[in-house]
Write a protein that binds this ligand. Structure first.
Ligand code: NDP
Ligand code: ZN
Length: 351
């Protein structure tokens, strides 16, 4: 089979590989729609995972099951499925401890285009199919459904980590597709005021659509002074980080009230340490909580998110600005995520 792969750092290309085979509990899936992720860009162009040779990229897909192992009970060839980007090893102690994302190692619940071939191939392998797949509703557009696999679960996880109380003031730092889903998640969790930080108009419009009450352009001056002005010096109850570099951590600590929460879903690619400003940290005593998490995966999570789409709690169509048709467009779609043109939120390739 062919697949679009990372050949090495900064090197992309099509390769031929053996079609994967299903173990007893696994499935082989043919992708019907895939979406490139900002994380694929970190992987290839920043070497975020170290050098990977000839690894098929991509971790966001919906598809059709073509083969299942002998022990798979709930899925069969022909089923159309949502494939969460995180596919944990459910028989692991980390799962028992409540951290499926880290099953069998830190961040090891994320497998596609990390340490096994991803979904930009003619076929891909899914471990523990009964626990890691969800049925795709017949009438859900493929380009929307593929947003469940990563953008929705990640952005919503930001809102979950932020422990949002009814009426809370929340800042969402970064409003790419992940931050936009954090805005939507914060609204659903009952936030009163949602301050969204970004610059590109297409994202600003979408942020308003998803529930942002205030917009801050980080290019107009320091985020902290803009947010402190907006909140009359009080700050916010929670800050969700979904963009920016290491400095955004310091910003988040500065803008969160004593007792508030900083919830990170951003990937920090540089520096040995992240800054925590001493004074705004209350010299260590401000009761500000810092959390950061990888997106939850698995069947139950995917089914619950899917139902929020089915029952019109969230409209994912606003995230998808570019739709291509055919394998040949995967490279173009991926490079869009690198270049981030003005009109882009997310690109999808229908296969
Ligand atoms: P995008 O690049 O599309 O969005 C980033 C956002 O951050 C944009 O709104 C951008 O503004 C804004 N931004 C850029 N620089 C700054 C700054 N200095 N201060 C404040 N805001 C800034 O990324 P995605 O939404 O696709 O992904 C966000 C992050 O989440 C990435 O790091 C990605 O790797 C990570 N991720 C994490 C996952 C997890 O499981 N935890 C899963 C998936 C992704 P604008 O473009 O408008 O100028
Ligand atoms: Zn991703």
């Amino acid at each position: 089979m062919k697949g679009f792969a990372m050949l090495g750092i900064n090197k992309l290309g099509w390769i031929e590989k053996e079609r994967p085979v299903a173990g007893s509990y696994d499935a082989i899936v043919r992708p019907l729609a895939v979406s490139p992720c900002t994380s694929d860009i970190h992987t290839v162009f920043e070497g975020a995972l170290g050098d990977r040779k000839n690894m098929i990229l991509g971790h966001e897909a919906v598809g059709e099951v073509v083969e299942v192992g002998s022990e798979v009970k709930d899925f069969k060839p022909g089923d159309r499925v949502i494939v969460p980007c995180t596919t944990p090893d459910w028989r692991s102690l980390e799962v028992q401890a409540g951290f499926q994302q880290h099953s069998n190692g830190m961040l090891a619940g994320w497998k596609f285009s990390n340490f096994k071939d991803g979904v930009f191939g003619e076929y891909f392998h899914v471990n523990d199919a009964d626990m890691n797949l969800a049925i795709l509703p017949k009438d859900m557009p493929l380009e929307n459904a593929v947003m469940i696999t990563d953008m929705m679960t990640t952005g919503f996880h930001g809102a979950e980590l932020a422990d949002i109380e009814l009426g809370a003031t929340v800042a969402v730092l970064g409003i790419g597709p992940v931050g936009l889903m954090a805005v939507a998640g914060a609204k659903l969790r009952g936030a009163g005021r949602i301050i969204a930080v970004g610059s590109r108009p297409v994202c600003v419009d979408a942020a308003k659509y998803y529930g942002a009450t205030d917009i801050v352009n980080y290019k107009d001056g320091p985020i902290e002074s803009q947010i402190m002005n907006l909140t009359e010096g009080k700050g916010v109850d929670a800050a969700i980080i979904a963009g920016g570099n290491a400095d955004i951590m310091a910003t988040a600590v500065k803008i969160v009230k004593p007792g508030g929460t900083i919830a990170n879903v951003n990937y920090f690619g540089e520096g040995e340490v992240l800054p925590v400003p001493r004074l705004e940290w209350g010299c260590g005593m401000a009761h500000k909580t810092i959390k950061g998490g990888l997106c939850p995966g698995g069947r139950l999570r995917a089914e619950m998110l899917r139902d929020m789409v089915v029952y019109n709690r969230v409209d994912l169509s606003k995230l998808v600005t570019h739709v291509y048709h055919g394998f040949d467009h995967i490279e173009e779609a991926l490079l869009l995520m690198k270049d981030k043109p003005k009109d882009l939120i997310k690109a999808v390739v229908i296969l």
